[in-house]
Design a protein around this ligand. Sequence first.
Ligand code: PLP
Length: 390
Amino acid sequence: MDYENMLSDRVKLIKPSGIRKFFDLASQMEGVISLGVGEPDFTTPWAIREAAIYSIEKGRTFYTANRGLLELRKEICNYYKKRFQVSYHPEKECIVTVGGSEGIDIAIRSIINPGDEMIVLDPGYVAYAPGVELAGGVPVAINLRHEDQFKLTPDLLKAAITPKTKAILLNYPSNPTGGFMTKEDYEKIVPILKETGIIILSDEIYAEISYEEEFCSIASFDEIKDQVIIVSGFSKAHAMTGWRLGYILSNSVLSSAMCKIHQYVIMSAPSPAQYGAIEGLRHCQEEVMKMRDSYRTRRNFLVKTFNDMGLETFKPLGAFYVFPCIQSTGLSSDEFCEKLLEDQKVACVPGTAFGPAGEGFIRVSYAYSIEELKIATEKIKIFVDKMKSR
Ligand SMILES: Cc1ncc(COP(=O)(O)O)c(C=O)c1O
């Protein structure tokens, strides 16, 4: 039987993640130091783990409400209000999801009809364009520019909008670039978004990992708040990747539509994780800030180290990635990462894994200890010197 032929056209259309492809290569080698994974190296704060364990001990092992425990939704809404000055109703405007990943998927599926265009930023997180394609939509890429520090500018936005544009997907602080939009940056694009009335899917999963500047949620602009769907979660700020817990906030019409998909496909997010997250939002802000401070120290180290070795690297204001420009080595992003792996056994991700506009860059995650970063960058320097002296 030719099972390839049995696959749906949409699944055939999407390509496997460029990150995975690269890590399959790395996993076949011994002694590799990886700076590739976007996953906190911290263990989940103990208070969260304890609350989840306690919930299991008490036998709270059932499905929760489809939208998630009301107690948790109240905490999420309180948190967004207190921290980012945006209000949502816990009963009608919040859904607890299986990671930000589910939130992205059901948000796209609830708004995209076949042929609708959805703007995605390039370089951008690997799940966005395939998510749009799986929904039958057409991802339209905006090529962000290094000289703008990968911010979305009004000229780029205007040029991408067509009569078929249904929505735009934003992600600041950004994976993979570390790019950041301040309130002033948003002020320049908000009038365009308001005028066109398109939906704004804002992936704010790195909000707490913001350094010099205050994080600004695009939903805090009252004039477009109703157009915004916020996706966020506990994976990054609370170091809870394996717990699979996220949430979406939006107006009640969009929220009900997303909840329809969620109730059939997921039913409800894992209940121990939900009990843990309540504790996380109530009592773990100090630990979240400590982790953020540690990421900042590592960022400072990497930005200096890469610039010193001649790879131009701007200082990202958020998330835990740097995005050095490797053009001076004369290698493409793919060649750089493959040769670096072969030569020095250090794994980074080619910028092209995040879209064609990532050519000329590599993504380096600093969700690793400073000791590991020191060893890895010494090896990268040896490799870069070798390439430059060819
Ligand atoms: C920008 C961005 N959004 C969403 C996700 C998915 O996170 P989650 O673990 O909450 O599904 C990631 C994970 O790397 C990410 O980088």
